[in-house]
Design a protein around this ligand. Structure first.
Ligand code: F6R
Length: 637
């Protein structure tokens, strides 16, 4: 397929489609695969598919399973080769890719067992080289891969080709990048348990496929997708090495495409309709790009940066500057619940009703404090009735070491000669034994999960106490989809929606703070956001929803830029340090930072840095110079 870009795609070196949703994209790719299989079947040829694991392709596999069940699509003449496998895991290991593929696809279709190929993660080191060569030879002997499905890692990896993998690399043993291992840490209950090595097809092997279809969902992938599509290819970003392939397509949802120039800075590549939102985005960008406060921008600078027609329509620069400056200024408020008795015509939130019933929906204990600890503190201080609801227990994210420590503590208490804590000894002993005896890989028992969940409750209570919120304002929903589920494979059921609906009915909030709207649909925060949407669709919500504003907070994996912010809540140095002490209470979450860039190793360091950074950007725009800022976007249900 030749790439014949429109003017908006002129910077794109890889054909990219932006879809309305991941499901819509997957239907299209499944259609393509069905077409390929049927054409090959009719010609008496086998179809060779290259497959990926991870959360990204799961929806695609569900479509293929549906086609098999409902339309009789047969995989009898299909041969599959998987991209990669962890080294050192048995096939039956819950995190092995062999197991993943069987659970997610192979068991549900009529693909013959002998047509399935995955790198063998159980081989001894000395056998791997020859096995990799044999894998390559087998692909070649079968005529090569017709269509390769890919995801993309946040390091820009494809398969497990981490940065540094060359264009010509072939199937081989590789060392996993630390960010990749960190991303997998939750699946393995702690980074320590994540394998260090994997066997992967090379970039060269992938490039040999006749068609390559890369899928990406969610804002966390946006940066790396834009680099792969628009930057000059380099070994530092293996997905970018797909540039120049004859038939490669990236299928993206809007969030994953949000950093492409056509989405982020469209005025640089073509004519745009200057809606208030685009005008604001463009002027804020121009100010930051030129490192000049908004009020000092001049007509020539607009003209030289693709914004001449904005001035023609709405100029001169002086007028536009003032208008946008005021708009950005009006996003700032120290009164996140609205300022009673003040004129609210230019404030992000209404003055009345006052006080407000505020509901914070936090996917896991800690998301609330990281994103909006300072805002929470203000809401409480300003007299609002704040309820923080933790939708899940978060127990899957607690490392064993923490549970062991808690069990030890319980055991010691139970042996206290004053009899304090007697009666809990059996529970504590059993948890300790289970952690010791179940090996690194078996799933946690209900008891272990219970203790880990309780630990997170304790951390959340301690954190919110620092922010002035008493324990009785906290709600722990422990939604069943999480208690029964695994990261990236959650399935919500009616009981989850009922629990969220019941909470909304009870609180009848005037404000809801929530996250996950632009996240990968299989992520925990997206699942939680989906639950809220379902609950809001219930007729029972109608009575209070009219009087409710919904505010989104961003995940730490992609913080918002000033132009994306509708409410900016400044934090004083004292408030920031209180927020930091609150965040420190989430001890079990140490070492979980979503990105290692900028030397931030801890989630709280990352949150602090992001809050400070946003304040600096507001300062660069020529607005007040605050210590830190927390940010929210308004969402219309
Ligand atoms: C999977 C693979 C990886 C993933 C990538 C994205 O076989 O090789 O490159 O595609 O890490 O993972 P998810 O989809 O879980 O975000």
């Amino acid at each position: 397929m030749t790439h014949d870009p429109t003017e908006f795609e002129q910077r794109e070196r890889i054909k990219s489609f932006i879809h309305g949703s991941a499901d819509e994209a997957c239907r299209l790719i499944a259609d393509e695969i069905r077409g390929l299989i049927r054409t090959n079947d009719a010609a008496g040829r086998k179809t060779v598919l290259g497959l990926a694991t991870g959360s990204t392709p799961v929806r695609l596999y569900q479509q293929l399973i549906r086609m098999h069940r409902e339309e009789g699509l047969s995989f009898r003449n299909v041969i599959t080769f998987n991209l990669d496998e962890y080294q050192g895991l048995s096939r039956e290991h819950p995190e092995s890719y062999w197991r993943f593929m069987h659970d997610q696809l192979f068991r549900h279709i009529d693909l013959p067992a002998e047509a399935i190929n995955l790198p063998d993660g159980t081989l001894a080191r000395g056998e791997i080289f020859a096995a990799c060569a044999a894998y390559e030879a087998k692909i070649k002997a079968l005529g090569g891969i017709d269509l390769q499905v890919l995801g993309i890692g946040r390091t820009g990896h494809i398969g497990f080709n981490e940065p540094g993998s060359g264009r010509e690399s072939r199937t081989r043993l590789v060392t996993l990048d630390s960010l990749t291992r960190r991303d997998a840490a939750r699946d393995f209950r702690g980074e320590l348990n994540v394998p260090r090595y994997a066997i992967t097809m090379g970039v060269g092997t992938i490039r040999d496929a006749r068609r390559v279809r890369l899928l990406a969902w969610g804002a966390a992938k946006a940066g790396v997708v834009a680099q792969a599509v628009e930057a000059a290819p380099s070994d530092a970003l293996p997905a970018g090495l797909l540039q120049g392939h004859d038939d490669v397509v990236f299928h993206l949802d809007a969030a994953a495409a949000s950093e492409l120039t056509r989405a982020r800075l469209p005025w640089l590549v073509g004519p745009v309709t200057w809606t208030p939102a685009i005008a604001r985005r463009a002027v804020v960008w121009l100010s930051l790009h030129l490192q000049k406060p908004i009020l000092k921008l001049v007509d020539e600078e607009y003209g030289e940066n693709g914004m001449a027609d904005l001035l023609t329509e709405q100029g001169p620069a002086y007028e536009v500057n003032i208008r946008i400056f005021n708009q950005v200024q009006h996003t700032i408020t120290g009164w996140p619940g609205g300022k009673p008795t003040a004129d609210d015509s230019h404030r992000p939130e209404r003055a009345t009703p006052f006080p407000k019933r505020v509901l914070v929906l936090s996917p896991e204990p800690s998301d609330d404090t990281l994103a909006m600890g300072g805002t929470l503190r203000r809401l409480v201080k300003q007299g609002h009735a704040v309820t923080v609801a933790y939708l899940t227990s978060g127990n899957l994210a607690v490392p064993d070491e923490d549970a062991e420590m808690a069990a030890d503590l319980m055991l010691e208490l139970s042996q206290d000669d004053r009899g304090i804590g007697a009666g809990k000894a059996d529970f504590a002993r059993s948890v300790r034994e289970q952690i010791l005896s179940r090996g690194a890989f078996a799933a946690d028992s209900d008891e272990v999960r219970r203790l880990k969940g309780l630990l997170r409750r304790g951390e959340a209570r301690a954190a919110l106490r620092v922010l002035g919120l008493p324990a009785e304002r906290l709600r722990f929903l422990d939604l069943p989809f999480y208690e029964k589920g695994k990261y990236r494979q959650f399935r919500i059921g009616p009981a989850d929606v009922t629990a969220v609906s019941a909470l909304l009915d009870e609180v009848q909030p005037h404000q809801i703070f929530v996250t996950g709207q632009a996240a990968d649909p299989s992520s925990l925060s997206a699942v939680c956001f989906g639950l809220l949407r379902q609950a809001l669709a219930s007729p029972r919500a109608e009575s209070w929803l009219r009087d409710c504003r919904i505010w989104l907070f961003a995940g730490t994996d992609r913080p918002w830029e000033p132009a994306e912010v509708d409410m900016a809540v400044p934090l004083s140095p004292h408030e920031l340090s209180e927020k930091i002490s609150a965040m420190h209470h989430h001890k079990s979450q140490r070492g979980q930072a979503a990105a290692l860039a900028h030397g931030t190793n801890e989630l709280w360091q990352q949150a602090e840095r992001q809050n400070r950074r946003l304040a600096e950007l507001y300062d660069h725009l020529g607005l007040a110079n605050y210590e830190a800022i927390e940010a929210f976007q308004r969402w219309n249900a």
